[in-house]
Design a protein around this ligand. Sequence first.
Ligand SMILES: [Ca+2]
Ligand SMILES: [Ca+2]
Length: 324
Amino acid sequence: MNFKRVKYNPEKIIPVLIVCLLLSSCGERESEDRIIPQPYKGNLDRLASDLREARSGMEFILVKPGEFMMGSGEAEADRPAEHPRHRVTINRPYYLGKYEVTVDQFQAFVEDVGYRTDAEERGKASGWDGRRWGKKRGVNWKNPGFDQETDHPVVCVSLNDGRAFCRWLGDEYRLPSEAEWEYAARAGTDSAFYWGTGLEEVCRYANGGDLSAGRIFDGWNTSACDDGYAWTAPAGCYLPNRWGFYNMAGNAWEWCEDAWHGSFAGAPPDQGVWGEIGGGGRRVLKGGAWYFEPRDLRVAARNSHRAYEATNGAGFRVLRDISE
Ligand SMILES: [Ca+2]
Ligand SMILES: [Ca+2]
């Protein structure tokens, strides 16, 4: 097996627990046990640089081991949830979806197993309707409150729905940890955006709240450029990051498995999930979405919802583990 369960360092966890209890910011109790990925024993050179999953047609890109600094830098110092910036070692390679999971891929899963999403079961989802944010009756992945094509990212899906989709694909598929997501999104960069720091380039790389959105969302705070879409855009629109991943900034927020913590104090130095795997409390989302201004499209930006919550700005991307 490639993973071992170890007792996490209580000297680091206990202060975080105390702060969380005082601030009521964690949402769920931290587990003392976590799974730490073990170094890869295979030959990296023998791994394909990309692959296609036969059932869904989803494309994946190989992410090789390395190190990176996780969280926001000095120029982004007003964001306590993204601090302290800390070194993370990625010691196992993995494949990550080149694109967000699309409406037609999610539909194939639903039709195959008769799945009903959390939003369908609850009869509602949250979202932005162009005028206000709130819970909307009858809103779900089939009807997110705006028109979508089948190649757009599926939204109004909960963390639970994302996990169910991964189980359908097979045992080696799962949602990424936040560290695995941010390592792939940064793609070797350490700037606020994975294209650098330029706000003038936002609309070339990301579908966010832009001038197209500003023409529809009255009084909305937008980028000073036009990316062409007020709502979601096709997966594969815009420029990819340096490693070939599309829309990691913007379009749909993307679920990660980590439990929500109000800062990175005590964060693990590896790619493993921070927090109990399979829990139902608040979980991390990354990347920003179609209605957000540029600061929420930064690589370090973080959001959280409960595992059952669905919003019309949130979707997900799939990770495929590599054995050995
Ligand atoms: Ca847009
Ligand atoms: Ca995205």
